[in-house]
Write a protein that binds this ligand. Structure first.
Ligand code: NAI
Ligand code: MG
Length: 354
């Protein structure tokens, strides 16, 4: 089977880590004659914006439409306002391709990686399912009386019934088929329209899944439990903004941004899904060759799962686990002294031995 992958390496460390992910895919191609990949590079990002006045080609969405997956590094760099780089490339792709599910595992792969005291690996192993198409990131708002003392700025959360039901149903399905509990994280006490609605939908859809044990927490309390009692969580469903913030906290509990991955999924497969590390372009370390490529390699594992190549997805995750035991072979963010490329090379060795 051939999978056609669109590469958008993007800005800063994006191209550095994507190169290592591609190395891994090419190694798999060599090991398994039944799989092949094609790679098509798109040079979109902030440099492209500075040269062309736009983050991607006008027909960029059309160009991406036919791929099986998009593999993205990171977008955003000093010199281009972040709200432009984010909205005109990353969020545009998520929205146009209706990638309404954002899957972000919070999984501790090695006990030494957590700042929490005496937490066992199995104690931190959950999946955050973040709403990825609307909510607080709907982009609805207005600035009234701009610059005046009376200025009023509105940023409206948009929660449609369709959008809310489909993400919550996806989460119930995931919890049900993997026999895990489902926790909804919201804020119905303060957000008296949107989150009251969210909680109602969570209860309604729950009636279709009597087998799934559910919990519901306010986002502030949930943040506390992430740290004090992470084993409470198995599958979590939450809104766009809360999911964004909570998964960085999740990353902090499990080894940092150098390890955190996120898949932007269009479950109906009407359009390509997109795989990317959670981290950004890290301008502070870009060009130094020390970015940790493991988050981007974990994205490759998620991509393989999505392609139905579960055995390879698991193989990649298992090699990441082995890799994390070899501290000195890791990048500086994990206490090692290896370069980005050395981590990728070592990873391919582990995969060959797998
Ligand atoms: P960031 O994730 O780029 O960096 C935060 C901190 O984590 C930095 O100290 C960085 O050195 C470190 N870090 C991140 N990834 C790392 C890796 N792979 N290995 C080692 N250390 C790593 O977030 P920041 O600084 O807030 O944003 C920088 C730019 O990236 C901004 O323009 C922002 O808009 C953009 N951004 C893009 C995202 C995306 O494309 N999905 C996500 C987050 C931010
Ligand atoms: Mg984020």
């Amino acid at each position: 089977k051939t999978f056609n992958i669109a590469l958008i390496p993007g800005d800063g460390i994006g191209p550095e880590v994507v190169a290592e992910g591609v190395k891994v895919l090419k190694a798999i191609e060599k090991l398994d004659s039944s799989i092949s990949f094609t790679f098509t590079m798109f040079p979109w990002g902030c440099e492209y914006y500075i040269d062309n006045g736009k983050m991607m080609d006008d027909d960029g969405i059309d160009k991406l439409k036919t791929f099986d997956a998009i593999y993205l590094g990171a977008v955003g760099y000093p010199g281009v306002p972040d709200h432009i780089s984010l909205w005109d490339l990353l969020l545009r792709i998520r929205k146009e391709f209706d990638q309404y599910v954002n899957l972000r595992p919070v999984t501790l792969l090695n006990q030494s990686l957590t700042p929490l005291k005496s937490k066992m690996e199995k104690d931190i192993d959950f999946l955050v399912i973040r709403e990825n198409s609307e909510g607080e990131y709907a982009g609805a708002g207005e600035r009234l009386f701009k610059g005046n003392q009376e200025e009023v700025v509105l940023q409206t959360g948009v929660f449609t019934r369709k959008g809310t039901e489909r993400i919550i149903r996806y989460a119930y399905e995931e919890a049900s088929k993997s026999n895990r509990t489902l926790t909804s994280i919201s804020k119905g006490n303060a957000l008296n329209y949107s989150m009251v609605f969210w909680d109602e939908v969570f209860d309604e859809i729950g009636k279709e899944y009597p087998d799934v044990k559910t919990y519901s927490y306010l986002v502030d309390a949930a943040s506390l439990y992430f740290v004090t009692d992470p084993k409470k969580f198995e599958v979590v469903v939450t809104s766009n903004l809360f999911g964004d913030i909570l998964t960085d906290l999740g990353a902090a509990l499990t080894g940092g941004l150098g390890l955190a991955t996120g898949a932007n999924i269009n479950p109906e497969k009407d359009f390509p899904s997109m795989f990317e590390p959670v981290h950004g372009s890290a301008p502070d370390i870009a060009g130094k060759g020390i970015a940790n490529p493991i988050a981007a390699i974990w994205s490759v594992s998620q991509m393989l799962d999505f392609f139905g190549e579960k055995e390879w997805g698991e193989a990649v995750l298992s090699c990441i686990k082995d890799m994390l035991k070899e501290t000195m072979q890791l990048t500086p963010d994990l206490g090692g002294s290896a370069s980005t490329g050395e981590v990728g090379d070592r990873f391919v060795e582990l995969l060959n031995e797998y």
